[in-house]
Design a protein around this ligand. Structure first.
Ligand code: PDD
Length: 279
């Protein structure tokens, strides 16, 4: 059985128990990170922990994130994960009597972590993702990585029922991001993606891909991509920790052109970064 981390202790998963009055349970009041390890080495850990700290600060959850680096490493060793793995960290506002108002500041957050061997979606091996557009019905703080993921879950489920992998959220005509990824389009060799705002998650993979593109002379612009423009796009692709860089093969049933030089190059640069960082 997997060993998980809960509030300072490493326990068999079935012994890690939390109160039903945890705010994560009663209010979905928590934040999380989904991290990848390659060859047993956490990838972009500092960036993920910085975003977790930022999510906590935006949520006014008082957490000292620093020891979590040790938690991530220990979860990998405790579970014998020397290959490719995923690590999930969650922090909630803690246990408190049910009240919409925040509990007193001394309430201790609940901190949970788990890790498991991860294999990328086999559907993306040698192929791309199938995506469908949908209205963005989420709240207006999509920049915080909150555990209240009902709209994202609905979106992923709707995609699955339509034979797709990912829903793409459209708000005010702009393709903001996917159910669990950031979204990019390529027009005449230029990469475009929605600018950082309260309507998208500041994806760790997104930031790396933009940096890699700019370093290697691929023009990249953070500017809205309108749903009405998608018919003119040469390539569409998605980025996220589990996906890395994945081309879109079909959008709303329409096939995209089969040549994807920009997405392929960025995917390759990203793989090279992983190889360097997790040698
Ligand atoms: N989600 N946008 C949304 C809405 C996401 O849920 C995710 C990732 C991303 C990509 O972020 P990053 O590159 O930092 O992984 C963008 C994780 C994987 C999840 O919810 O499980």
């Amino acid at each position: 059985m997997a060993t998980v981390y809960l509030n300072g202790r490493y326990l068999p998963e079935d012994q890690a128990l939390i109160s039903p009055l945890d705010r994560g349970f009663t209010y979905g009041d928590g934040v999380y990170e989904w991290i990848r390890a390659y060859r047993g080495k956490p990838f972009l850990l500092e960036e993920h922990l910085a975003r977790l700290a930022s999510s906590c600060a935006k949520m006014r959850i008082g957490l000292h994130v620093t020891p979590l680096e040790e938690v991530v490493r220990r979860l990998l060793t405790e579970n014998g994960l020397a290959g490719d793995a995923a690590i999930y960290l969650q922090v909630t506002r803690g246990v408190a009597p049910r009240s919409h108002v925040f509990p007193p500041p001394e309430t201790r957050p609940t901190v949970f972590g788990m890790a498991w061997a991860f294999t990328p979606n086999p559907a993306f091996a040698g192929a791309g993702a199938i995506a469908v557009l949908e209205p963005d019905v989420r709240w207006s703080r999509c920049d915080i990585k909150v555990t209240s993921l009902i709209p994202n879950s609905f979106s992923a489920q709707r995609a699955r029922e339509l034979g797709a992998h990912e829903g793409l959220f459209v708000r005010d005509g702009v393709v903001q991001e996917g159910s669990l990824s950031n979204f990019f389009a390529v027009f005449d060799g230029e990469v475009r993606t929605a600018p950082l705002s309260n309507y998208i998650l500041p994806g760790i993979t997104r930031a790396q891909v933009l940096d890699l593109g700019r370093e290697h002379g691929i023009p990249c612009r953070e500017t809205p991509v309108f749903a009405t423009e998608l018919g003119d796009a040469d390539e569409l692709f998605l980025t996220s920790t589990p996906y890395e860089v994945v081309s879109v093969d079909r959008l709303d049933g329409r096939p995209l052109p089969p040549e994807r030089p920009v997405a392929r190059r960025l995917a390759q640069l990203y793989r090279e970064l992983i190889a360097r960082e997790c040698a």
